[in-house]
Design a protein around this ligand. Sequence first.
Ligand code: SF4
Ligand code: SF4
Length: 439
Amino acid sequence: MTVTSISIERLRDLGVVGAGGAGFPTYEKLKKRAEIVILNAAECEPLLHKDKELMTHHTDAILDGLLLTSQHVGASRTIVAIKEKYEALIQELKTPCAARGIEIHRLPDSYPAGDEFITVYEATGRVIPPGGLPGDVGCLVQNVETILNVQLDQPVTSKYLCVVGDVPEPMTICAPVGTSFGDVLSHVGVDLSRLEHVMIGGTMMGQVMKSLDEVVTRTTGALLCFPNDHVVARRYTTTPRQRDVIGMSACDQCSFCTEMCPRYLLGHPVEPHIAMRALEFNRMGEDAILGSQFCCECNLCTMYACPEDLFPSFACVDNKQKMRAEGLTHPVTGRRDLPVHSMMEYRRIPVSSLIQKLGLSQYRNVGPLVEIDWRITSVRIPLRQHIGAPATATVSVGDQVTKGQMIGAAPEGLGVAIHASIDGTVTHVGEDISISTRS
Ligand code: SF4
Ligand code: SF4
């Protein structure tokens, strides 16, 4: 099923949220007007291929959804921002884009090209002010899978994700929401008895998987498997205390972390080397430390720039939390007159360099879309998979549900509905709703 116009209420009831980030409800983003709509197809995390695969296999649906979104917000320009390395796909997109009046913008194969501040700058030359949003410069940025979900006009019950790294076959799959990571990994041929370290989402901005019982949500973008002695595993299992101790003793204030920071280069006052200096001194309140507020947590400083393998991004994140607790805000928040650094275009970090630095060259950098015959007997669907309030359960233990049925209504205020991803019996209702195929 596809749509010819967008209904805000329907998007809310279908549970469409940003599939590439924290899950901001899409209906809320589409309430405002915008001059330019940008499809963010940058996908700059190493080893991930989901967006490219979706663009290849669902070209018309995505471009139709993008055009519909543009019409809805009254945009005069619509841009597909895609990495220049996908030249074959770009050639395939040329005709269908031209037929819809959609422009194609080639992004460099650098990290973090998919950070929406960088995507907007690269595609339009506009700089989102510190602490601002794309809407402040007339732009709306949408993720590829989100736009596909807008166009499909059906409850969001499945999620595309890449399973890559130390796996038998790297691939992109579409899993029912609520499937455990253990079920996902065993369905793609991973031997769970040999499984060691798993990152959720990416090597740069992901989270460490704590348990195979964690589940696929509407925002899960990838599972990346590594042996425990791999550099990625070692970096992410360093404790906060260890990070602070080695930071205090080994940071020589070379400022490479700041000089390569994409937000600093964009003109925002983010200076991670100052955040590192502050590890030793309680100097909250100084503007330079307050700049941590504008860190996008891309981790480039930690995973690539620092020659001592320290953790400046974590120092920035700690500062942000302290600032929130103390109600502090940097005085340049919202300023539109900050100049872009003169070295901005010369300090883009190629993804190939990241792959080398992170020890990822040994893994196959592919992720074809593969159809999986899901033989799962249960799912656990969180009522909160998005920014805002959790959905309100509308089913009880013992109820029979069918795939696509609403099982949690959209809350008052910001939030969306959730739906059953398989047919079955409700076995638990709490913060999550469990459904089993066994009665
Ligand atoms: S954290 Fe690393 S890159 Fe940053 S100033 Fe210290 S040593 Fe240099
Ligand atoms: S994580 Fe580091 S490089 Fe990225 S924005 Fe924050 S300070 Fe800058």
